[in-house]
Design a protein around this ligand. Structure first.
Ligand code: UD1
Length: 358
């Protein structure tokens, strides 16, 4: 069976790794395409090394640009690849621009040889159409032949959109596979972390592209950092927005380069709490039992609130509300990992089985 696996941006890499590990166990070597949406050493290569992902068979070098430019570039460069490979399955993961671009290209060509599209992490919905990821999620699901869900709540979302249940399969959360594999290692944490600290990550356009909102969040973070240091691995987009807006975090906020996968897991695991606008970290903190405050108005991962350690910041996201939410997170620190159904480290194997059986 010819499997073609697509990855483009940082949050894709830890989702494709377990699929590749499971394939290798069964003697299958998928074709790997890296669109290059993320291209910095710290945003991409470090993850390939940490997660034992082989060199991609195709590297499409589609980094940077507006949404339209980026999506269009991936589409143009992916088309000849899929035509050359004629895969039985094109496997896309998550909700980034590369996910939708490759699904869209495949959807118009696949009938020529009977190929199909599988979407891993299907069915998550924030219902917030201002988020580019929501557009990517909904459209990718609409184009997919096999929709592989990380949690049961996703099924109701897909049913509400009229997607036939035969196409949908629960496989659990593939992000948790590498988390459980590497979380027992401590050696990877960056040197010189304080004994107790909070981790902060920010990158979403809604948070960082608006200087007024970004300033408000960072003011709240500075106040939190007066009582407990904040470690802030900064996304390139956020760094340039902070520089552009003249925002300089306070002295207790330790701004560092983006961390590789294993360094990030080790850092988060030992944190007192995490403040983030990321999707994946909401899930990882739940599985690690670290309290999380999500710096967004909504989440496509409500199970991390109902069954996990996550809370949404009170809205509007003022400095006061960030401080209040962070103090609440620190007070909730009970250290108990939560593992919703299928967050068990075996999702990669179930994905492979679903592809081979469908
Ligand atoms: C993308 C995803 C988002 C995901 C995030 C994780 C979409 C719509 N968004 O957002 O869902 O949570 O990745 O990080 O696909 N840049 C660099 N070096 C890099 C990567 C990016 O400098 O290695 C710069 C880009 O040139 C661009 C900015 O950062 O100016 C944003 O990158 P982009 O890929 O457009 O989106 P992200 O904000 O990273």
């Amino acid at each position: 069976m010819n499997l073609l696996v697509v990855a483009g941006a940082r949050p894709n890499f830890m989702k494709i790794a377990p699929i590749l590990w499971a394939a290798e166990k069964r003697g299958i070597r998928p074709t790997l395409v890296h669109t290059g949406q993320h291209y910095d050493e710290g945003m991409s290569s470090a993850f390939f090394r940490d997660l034992h992902i082989p060199e991609p068979d195709y590297y499409l070098a589609c980094g940077g640009g507006s949404h339209a430019v980026q999506t269009a570039r991936v589409m143009e460069r992916f088309e000849p690849v899929v035509l050359e490979q004629r895969p039985d399955w094109v496997i896309v993961v998550g909700d980034v621009n590369s996910t939708l671009a490759c699904a869209l290209v495949t959807s118009k060509l696949k009938h020529a040889w009977g190929g199909r599209i599988a979407h891993v992490e299907s069915g998550l919905r924030s219902h917030d159409w201002r988020m580019p990821e929501e557009v990517n999620r909904v459209l990718t699901d609409r184009l997919s032949d096999l929709l592989l869900t990380p949690s049961r709540d996703a099924h109701a979302n897909l049913e509400a959109e009229g997607i036939p249940a035969e196409r949908v399969r629960f496989v659990g959360n593939v992000m948790i596979d590498p988390l459980l594999r590497f979380a027992s290692e401590n050696g990877d944490a960056p040197e010189g972390l304080p004994a107790e600290y909070i981790v902060l990550t920010l990158h979403r356009p809604a948070t960082v592209d608006d200087p007024v909102q970004l300033r408000e969040v960072m003011e709240g973070v500075d106040r939190v950092a007066e009582s407990i240091p904040v470690v802030f691995p900064v996304h390139p987009r956020t760094r340039s927005m902070m520089e552009g807006a003249g925002i300089r975090p306070g002295p207790q906020v330790r701004v560092i380069e983006p961390l590789g996968y294993r360094a990030m897991v080790a850092t988060v695991k030992n944190a007192r709490a995490v403040l983030t606008d990321s999707g994946g970290l909401q899930e990882e903190t739940t599985a690690l039992g670290v309290p999380c405050l999500t710096l967004r108005e909504n989440t496509e991962r409500p199970i991390t609130i109902s069954e996990g350690t996550n809370r949404l910041v009170e809205w509007p996201m003022t400095a006061d509300n960030v401080v209040r939410g962070a103090l609440d997170a620190l007070a909730r620190a009970d250290g108990a990992p939560r593992r919703p159904e299928g967050w068990d480290g075996r999702a990669g194997e179930r994905i492979l089985s679903a592809l081979l059986e469908s």
